[in-house]
Each structure stands twice: as structure tokens, then as C-alpha cells.
Write a protein that binds this ligand. Structure first.
Ligand code: NDP
Ligand code: HSE
Length: 449
């Protein structure tokens, strides 16, 4: 996180375009880009009516022009930098992905006063500050609704509708691939690897699913959500991240046995200390939640996000978080917004990072925990394990023991405890002579402390 406060040195908004069409350069024509072209074509008249002037697609940058027979050949180019630099471009829509050279293209566009619409969460989670600085200097717009939770209108409510409130917590399922995998494991009892194969077969998981299953995609989205919610620049490095590859069928069954299910959650919190000092905590990890919790019913590749604000109370956003057409819907919504701004010569919201809150380390995060141990089944074991919890001031909420022949499965659920205290507790328990194995340690969310 950087310490600068932005929004003070701002350029004037771009001049009204005065009746001519809005000229758009599209960077990328893959899963999302193809759907953007389709919607721009099919809805041309309606978009023109809503904006007040037609939208004209002046060029489409791709990597392999020979593979794009679905779009007019004369629009295609493999030179994205040259397309961005053209004088006849008002708005750049970027659906290529990745950090470089995309960052350079978008900075060039913004510095030249061209508004930018992007779905690129990886770029925004690292470089939103640079992009907003460039936008502010030239008076251009930077919109990115599609970067988090696909079709679901979420960033606009955070940036605009809730701008008069104080957001205290954002918690949700923001990665469709991992939600599909965890839902399938819960429904069928299947293992992680075979469910990942199924996700790939159905087209949810990418050829390299690392960004999804290791939590990078959700962490990027969490950084964007936290930045907007708490008026603070939060980047990928500020987000504690754990993926789902270590979740076992035994964890899923244990959760089920206790009336819970496992979800990969992104959690962004505003934490207020006793002296009134505020900070933010941002984390992505698998967690058990009660089956009665509204997020527990979010199945397949869907996304859902809970927002809590002081005056508004709890709000829930739900819908398709990925896919070509749903994501293109969010991109087109942004395109209409920036085009309308260009028509009247106005500007949308700038970056709001004035609060500049400190980011808390994960060691200070407090949650409940579910700990599963494989122990020897003899007198005094439970008391000795409980003593270690007491020694670290971690309060136990529930215990369940199932004896087998010579050993036993011991499941302990704690009250809310700091991550650091819990880790020390588990480390000490792992070294006890009668503890055969720490089977799993998982956070529990969505329940009273
Ligand atoms: P794809 O891989 O399907 O498409 C990427 C496009 O970028 C392709 O058309 C490719 O060209 C083009 N491209 C790649 N490198 C270059 C380059 N150097 N110069 C010009 N063009 C290039 O990606 P998606 O459509 O799935 O995703 C695009 C963006 O949208 C990403 O930021 C992603 O995170 C985001 N997003 C995607 C969602 C989804 O469900 N797919 C959901 C939400 C956000 P070619 O076709 O010739 O290879
Ligand atoms: N790979 C992402 C997901 C795409 O599975 O949610 C949407 O950002």
C-alpha cells in the first residue's frame, strides 16, 4: 500500500464531443471481447439512443489476426500500441488481461485523455494508483466494473451508491472456478483433483488454473474491493491468500457433519481499535460457513458478495461472476457511462484513497477455527489438548471425539481467536506425543463469535 492521497491534482474533464460518434478501440477479442463486439453490433441503435450518439468501433487489437473471421478484417490489427495512440480514438476498452504490455497501453491512453474501460483485475490490483494518477492528470475516466464478479453490479454501488455511507465489511465468493469445485466436492464427495478436471472439461477452469485455485484471482478482486470500500490503496501484496488445493474430501465431510460447507471467501474488513484508530484487513482463504448462511447456497460458478455498511446495513449482490456474455454486459455498462460523460463533457468518479488506512497483518486477524486432530485414544488426551488451548488463551466452543480402535478423531471448534495465537496453539499440539497428526485447520466464518 502506498501512502499518497489522490484526487488533488486533477485535469479538466475532456471536452464534449459535439454530436459525432464515440470512437472505441477494443484491445482483445477472446472470450469477453467477442461478446463485446456482438453486443455492440446487435444493440447499436439502442446504445446510440442511451448515450445520445452512436458508438463506432474503429479497431480491434488481437495477437493472431488470422483466427478472427467473426469480425470485419479491416478492423483487426496486431499492433495494440499503435491502435491506442490513434488520434481518432476516444475510448479504449481493454479485455486482453495481464500486466504488461497492458499497463503501458492503458497509461498511454489515459495520459492522452482517452477514457479506459477494463476487465483486468490483475492489472488493477497492482497498478490502480498509477492508472488513476494518469486519469486524473488528463481528466479521463477509468471504469472497471467487470474486473470483480463479472456481470454483478458491485463496484459502481461501492464507488457511487454507498459513497455517503461507511462500509465496514465486504465478504463474498468472487471466484467462479473454485466455487464450482467446492460445490461439486460438497455435493458428490469427490476429491479436489477429479473435480478440477471436471471444471476444466466444462470450460470453467483455465488451461493453467493456478490463478483460480491458488486464490490469486480472488486476492486481486479482494484488493480492488477493499480499495474502493475503505478509500485506501490496497494491492495484491496486502492481501493474505490461501487457495483450495489442500481442501480434502475429509474436510468437506467434517464440515457437512457439523452443518457447514466450505467456500473460498474474500473478506475485507475495517477494524477499529479501542482508541478509535481504523485499519483494514484483507484475506482470501477457504472457510467453513453454516449451511444456513446465504453464501452456502451459492452453487456452481456463481458469485455472491455481502456488503455491510453502517447506515445501509447488510446488502447482498448475486449473479454470474464469469463468462463471455455476463462480463461483456458489465463492460458495455461502463462503456455507456464513459460515453455519456464524453457527450456532456463530464467525468465519472476519481480514485478515492484519502483515508489511507494501515493494512493489518494476518497474524492479527480474528476468526473462529475448526481443528481436526488424529490422536491416541487414551485417558488424559482431551484434557492435555484443552490445556494447550487455555495456555494460549484460545477459547474452545465445541469438541467432538470419535474413537476408533487405538486412536481417535478429535475435532475442536474455537471461539474467535487471533491467527497468531491459533498458529502457536496448533504448533504446540502437533508436537504432543499422543497427537499422531494435525489433519486440518480451517477458519469458520458467518457465525456468532
Ligand atoms: P482471452 O484469453 O479469451 O482473450 C484475450 C484476447 O487478448 C485474445 O483475443 C488475444 O488475441 C488478445 N491478446 C493477447 N495478447 C495480445 C497482444 N499482445 N496484443 C493484442 N491482443 C492480444 O481472455 P478473456 O476474454 O477470458 O479475458 C480478458 C480479460 O477479461 C482478462 O483481464 C480477464 O481477467 C478478464 N475477465 C474475464 C472473465 C471471463 O469470464 N473470461 C471474467 C471477468 C474478467 P488472440 O485471440 O488473437 O489470441
Ligand atoms: N477465472 C475467474 C473465475 C473468471 O473463475 O471467477 C472471472 O473473473
Amino acid at each position: 500500500m502506498t501512502g499518497s492521497v489522490t484526487g488533488s491534482t486533477t485535469g479538466a474533464a475532456a471536452e464534449p464531443i459535439g454530436g459525432r460518434p464515440i470512437r472505441v478501440a477494443l484491445l482483445g477479442c477472446g472470450t469477453v471481447g467477442t461478446q463485446i463486439v456482438r453486443l455492440l453490433t446487435e444493440q447499436a441503435d439502442e446504445l446510440a439512443a442511451r448515450i445520445g450518439t452512436p458508438v463506432e468501433l474503429v479497431g480491434i487489437a488481437v495477437r493472431r489476426a488470422d483466427r478472427h473471421r467473426e469480425v470485419p478484417a479491416e478492423l483487426l490489427t496486431t499492433d495494440a500500441a499503435a491502435l491506442v495512440a490513434r488520434d481518432d480514438v476516444d475510448v479504449v476498452v481493454e479485455v486482453v488481461g495481464g500486466i504488461e504490455p497492458t499497463r503501458e497501453w492503458l497509461l498511454t491512453a489515459l495520459r492522452a485523455g482517452k477514457s479506459v474501460v477494463t476487465a483486468n483485475k490483475a492489472l488493477l490490483a497492482e497498478h490502480a494508483g498509477d492508472l488513476f494518477t494518469a486519469a486524473d492528470a488528463s481528466g479521463a475516466d477509468l471504469y472497471f466494473e467487470a474486473a470483480v464478479a463479472g456481470a454483478i453490479p458491485l463496484l459502481r454501488p461501492l464507488r457511487e451508491s454507498l459513497a455517503g455511507d461507511r462500509i465496514t465489511r465486504v465478504m463474498g465468493i468472487v471466484n467462479g472456478t473454485t466455487n464450482f469445485i467446492l460445490s461439486a466436492m460438497d455435493e458428490t464427495g469427490a476429491g479436489y483433483a477429479e473435480t478440477l478436471d471436471e471444471a476444466a472439461r466444462l470450460g470453467y477452469a483455465e488451461a493453467d488454473p493456478t490463478a483460480d485455485v491458488d486464490g490469486y484471482d480472488a486476492a486481486a478482486k479482494a484488493a480492488i474491493l477493499a480499495s474502493l470500500s475503505f478509500h485506501t490503496r490496497v494491492t495484491m501484496g496486502d492481501v493474505h491468500r490461501e487457495g483450495i488445493s489442500a481442501v480434502t474430501p475429509a474436510d468437506v465431510a467434517a464440515a457437512r457433519g457439523l452443518g457447514r460447507t466450505i467456500k473460498l471467501l474474500a473478506i475485507c474488513e475495517r477494524v477499529e481499535a479501542a482508541d478509535g484508530t481504523a485499519s483494514v484487513a484483507v484475506r482470501v482463504h477457504p472457510a467453513m460457513i453454516p449451511r444456513s448462511h446465504p453464501l452456502a447456497g451459492v452453487g456452481g460458478a456463481f458469485n455472491a458478495v455481502f456488503v455491510e455498511a453502517e447506515a445501509a446495513g447488510q446488502l447482498m449482490f448475486y449473479g454470474q461472476g464469469a463468462g463471455g456474455a455476463p462480463t461483456a454486459s458489465a463492460v458495455l455498462g461502463d462503456l455507456v457511462a464513459v460515453a455519456r460523460n464524453r457527450v456532456v463533457g463530464g467525468r465519472g468518479p476519481r480514485e478515492s484513497a484519502y483515508a489511507d488506512l494501515a493494512v493489518r497483518p494476518i497474524a492479527q486477524a480474528s476468526t473462529r477455527y475448526h481443528i481436526s486432530l488424529d490422536v491416541a485414544d487414551r485417558a488424559g488426551v482431551l484434557a492435555a489438548v484443552a490445556a494447550v488451548f487455555a495456555e494460549h488463551e484460545v477459547s474452545i466452543s465445541a469438541v467432538r471425539q470419535e474413537g476408533r480402535t487405538s486412536d481417535a478423531s478429535l475435532v475442536i471448534v474455537t471461539h474467535s481467536a487471533e491467527d497468531a495465537a491459533l498458529r502457536s496453539t496448533v504448533d504446540k499440539i502437533a508436537g504432543l506425543p499422543f497427537v499422531n497428526r494435525v489433519v486440518s485447520v480451517m477458519r469458520v466464518e458467518g457465525e456468532d463469535q
